[in-house]
Ligand binder design. Structure first.
Ligand SMILES: Cc1cc2nc3c(=O)[nH]c(=O)nc-3n(C[C@H](O)[C@H](O)[C@H](O)COP(=O)(O)O)c2cc1C
Ligand SMILES: [Fe+2]
Ligand SMILES: [Fe+2]
Length: 381
């Protein structure tokens, strides 16, 4: 994969991974991207996950074609990108490693050394000339760890965006990029919208022609499309009109109510994503809750609280600063229903709750179904 005359892709693809970061299902695998800029000086951008360091060093060696790298630029210290730092520096004793101060502190944690004597600490606005290419460093704290930097190459208009604009799975672009990039962003960086907004502001001042992230495809056309999505996600603005219906049901009665509601919504032409929280992939409903402007939570009461799959779901939403959506609550309980109250306590008050709360006592009654019809109207109002 060629990015420009002097910039090449030297990343690897992980098809074997079972869970990304120990919890995200990635059935189509994930790439660990790395790049090389071959100018009068040679810079290598990031390394890869530990299982692939050998393969990556071999790709690098081929691309170097007998030359020696001068710099290793470390944008992010998460092990899926940083595992090869020590092997690289051992192999190329003349190379200097470039990273933020915080990244070097993390290197001590991971490798027992900050590579004193062969390191250069960079911060906002610092530059590095490779010859024709002058690189400018941009700090991006909490996108997605505190030490993160991005690099802009003004000569080719390339932004090396670290985990920003990353995607699970393969190298699909355009509409096919969106679902897995959303699940990646909301899951991993979702909490740090403010910090992403700050980076987007800095990026707006640059003439970006290509975005080279650490996962997924290089983005080289229609950049406004991707940047606009990042702007929406990070400002907690709904992406589309529609309803996520998420239910957590033990015996199936709450489920029956959720299914009834989602059928009525679909009949009215509304886009609906329906999730059984006990069985679905954990981050799919979270990503859809951010995608749509309305959310329905339906849950059984459990030990005076809410059935755990729902408790986890609303906790994850709350931790990601979920807001600017309309939320409807449906609760069920056989003796003292408390699910609605608890869901609301956890999710917080930055969303708009519909006044109507549907309360089911064990199994939905005819009156409950009429209330659900009413809820459909309220959601569409
Ligand atoms: C372990 C456990 C704890 C429960 N705790 C409560 C409770 O505190 N209050 C209550 O009203 N119902 C409680 N229930 C009952 C369920 O909330 C109730 O049967 C509900 O109708 C189940 O809905 P479902 O058919 O969607 O699973 C509990 C059920 C189980 C299995
Ligand atoms: Fe990361
Ligand atoms: Fe990453």
């Amino acid at each position: 994969m060629e990015i420009s005359n002097e910039i090449k892709y030297i990343g690897v693809f992980d098809r074997e991974i079972d869970l990304f970061e120990g919890q995200y299902t990635v059935k189509d695998g994930v790439s660990y991207n790395s790049y090389i800029i071959k100018d009068r000086k040679i810079a290598v951008m990031d390394t890869v996950d530990k299982s692939f360091v050998g393969e990556w060093l071999a790709r690098l060696d081929t691309e170097l074609d007998g030359r020696q790298p001068d710099y290793l630029i470390v944008h992010h210290m998460e092990p899926d990108h940083s595992s090869g730092i020590k092997s690289f520096l051992d192999k190329y004793p003349e190379a200097t490693v470039i990273a933020s101060q915080a990244a070097f502190r993390m290197m001590r944690g991971f490798f027992g050394t900050e590579f004193e004597g062969r390191r250069r600490i960079v911060t906002e606005g610092d530059t590095l000339s490779l010859g024709e290419h002058t690189l400018t460093f941009i700090t991006a704290p909490m996108v997605h760890w505190p030490e993160v930097i991005m690099t802009f190459d003004a000569r080719d208009g390339v932004l090396f965006s670290a985990d920003g604009f990353g995607k699970f799975g393969g190298f699909e672009i355009g509409r096919e990029w969106v679902d897995e990039a959303r699940r990646y962003y909301i899951g991993i960086v979702g909490k740090y919208g403010k910090q992403v907004q700050a980076v987007l502001k800095k990026a707006a001042a640059l003439d970006i022609k290509k975005i080279c992230p650490l996962h997924g495809p290089v983005l080289s056309e229609n950049l406004e499309f991707y940047i606009d999505l990042y702007d929406k996600w990070s400002s907690y603005t709904p992406e589309q009109s529609g309803v996520t219906v998420a239910y957590a049901s033990i015996y199936g009665n709450t489920k029956a109510a959720a299914l009834y509601l989602s059928e009525r919504l679909k009949e009215r032409g509304v886009a609906v994503s329906l999730y059984d929280l006990s069985r679905c992939e954990k981050y799919a409903p979270i990503a859809d809750a951010f995608r749509f402007d309305r959310l329905v939570l339906a849950a059984a009461t459990y030990n005076m609280g809410v059935f755990p799959p729902m408790r986890e779901f609303v906790t994850e939403l709350s931790e990601r600063g979920y807001k600017n959506r309309r939320v409807a609550l449906i609760e069920n309980g056989s003796w003292a229903p408390a699910a609605a109250k608890v869901m609301r306590q956890i999710l917080g008050e930055e969303v708009e709750y519909l006044d109507r709360v549907v309360k089911i006592t064990s199994a939905p009654t005819e009156a409950n179904y009429r209330e659900l019809d009413g809820l459909v109207n309220d959601l569409l109002a």
